[in-house]
Design a protein around this ligand. Sequence first.
Ligand SMILES: [Zn+2]
Length: 471
Amino acid sequence: MQTLVLEYLRPRETHAYFSQEHSTLLPAPIAHPHAKYGNKQEPPSQSEYEYHRYLNGKPCDENGQCLPPNTPPTIPQRPSRSEWMPYRDCIEFETAELLYTKTQMLAGDINTLTELWRASFIKHGIDDAQIPFSDKDNLYRTIDATPIGGVPWDLFSLSYNGEVPQENAPPWMSQSFDVWYRSPQMIVHNILSNSDFKDNIDYVPYREFCANGKRKYKDFMSGNWAWKEANIIAEDQSTHGSTFVPIILGSDKTTVSVATGQNEYYPIYISIGNVHNSVCQAHQNALALLGFLSIPKISAILQDLKPAMTTPEVVRCADQHFQRVVYGIGPYIADYPEQALLACIVQGWCPRCTAAPNNLDGKAGWRSRLHTEALIKAFDRGILWDQYGLVADITPFTNNFPRVDIHKTLVPDLLHQVIKGTFKDHLVSVRIYSDIPILHRIIPLISQLVEQLACIQKVPGSIPGLVNIQF
Ligand SMILES: [Zn+2]
């Protein structure tokens, strides 16, 4: 049994998310004053912290003007609402929950139950308007009117408007596809302002070092990606003093068969990198359902976050202070087939490098948006498909947003690629054949995966405590 501890496993420089030159553009970070605003509790350990010098989450007023240190926040006015809206009371809410969520009662049976209820009320001389729901339609209308986290659902439809072949046109070319979604901006505002998170949120990217000088990774904002992304954002001086909010996305295709005829849907989840991992596991409000798509059309539903990816917007945060916030699309967590779809590569090829599927040890380089675009300019579609595994007709959704490169954004699917792929398929076979050189080559790759995954434990299917791995 061998224990790999993360600190001992450094990624190869070539595989870093962003090139190192960004960090050299800026002076070295200094100990950060944000701690005095109380959002980051300094632990009693021997660790030393470096906070990002420029994206340092300074509190501001609602117009974005910086506040002097130690200025208390203004207290937000909360609108008064009936606690159980749109239900009349707790009994009505629990009845709906029992019928719709727990027992998933059939519509006809709900009507029968409400009829029996009504008969019972009449028999005992009670006004039958007092029964929780008059019929199934009344129940469903009430459930539909239930606000979820205060962010309403919206819908748009999409259809193909390109060239259609004369013969054997695939059915999807004439179909219409529904995209159900909620405003990612409102969802993120809700997470940021949730006072439940006030002691478990990092507004500033930081680097933690143990007493022996070794880097320590814990929550998302302690990782390399947040630090480097903050460096890139900080090249624009107007962002200085703002708060970096990494947007973490995840999706997992699911087949819905009830009453829809085996349709495939992509539920998309959204979270932010600022909330501590421990809270994300315990508190479901840190992860929200963003959309429910019949085709992967993510770019359109992320549009309301786009302006503040470059120009900070003022948001009230969990500590009740306003802050100027800059978003950045961070890791996207998906299983391999979806990664291929998102990266616009041919199934079987790697979304991160150009290694041929039948010769993984052959000559290959890292994929990047620049590299892909250069290939598309240089070669025709057939060569791109056969020799580079690229689907040249489709553009990754990330190309519509600043600073994002889909090839660097995708993180491995823990279950299929890390647990089953790396540990079970590769390591087990390596151990059987005692091929030590191969083992030595695999370990750095695993370390790289571990580092990227260590701070991401938010999406269903992920595993807490991946920092220490035993095998
Ligand atoms: Zn690869």
